[in-house]
Design a protein around this ligand. Sequence first.
Ligand code: GTP
Ligand code: MG
Length: 213
Amino acid sequence: MDSSPSSKISIKIITLGDSGVGKTCIMQRYCQDTFTESTLTTVGAEYHSKTINVNNKSVNLQVWDTAGQERYRAIAPSFIKKADVVLLTYAVDSRQSFEHVEIWLQQIKNNATEDICIILVGSKCDVEDRHVEYSEGETLAKRLGVEFFETSAKENINIDQVFMTATNKVIEKSEGPVDPKRATMRISTMNKDENGVGSGPGGNPGRRLKCCD
Ligand code: GTP
Ligand code: MG
């Protein structure tokens, strides 16, 4: 794999989870370092982008923040199909959102590529009236074989860690057993659409990246 400072890769990340769990706030904290107490519910999906440098590589994170409301449920599959990473989110103050993780998992199972990376996120860990214990999230993540973080967009807890873990896992997998010739091909494909803001579900994702085991 070309590891010169100019090499660039793109990673598509989506949020999934019930309405109100704080998906938009996680995105805003990570991409803009802001937090709002009174957000508007997301309509359809919103696009955010952030470029970071990892091991001398420019990594363009293309983040699709999807709507959790039931009425938008039908559009989730198109985002899942193109995603390298899903941030599957529940809020620690909402038992129902934790129970609904299984429903979102079914959506992922039905639509994702087999190498998709799932990170389980228990949001709003700053709240006092918690309804989901840390150990419950941890146990679920272990059962699923995925990474787990409790986060707070409000107090900026573990937000960077979620995205860095996702990025590292995708890069590790793509650099591991992958034939270097194929890896180089993939990079050039990704470079072509790096300016394609809005190239989400309809865009060309290039070769799928390997991620979680
Ligand atoms: P949809 O767009 O409807 O799917 O909701 P969402 O998951 O994007 O939720 P959003 O980010 O809009 O947040 C919903 C509410 O939760 C807002 O009032 C936020 O201020 C609040 N919230 C989000 N993150 C946190 C957090 O880390 N801590 C606390 N205490 N509140 C939060
Ligand atoms: Mg939202």
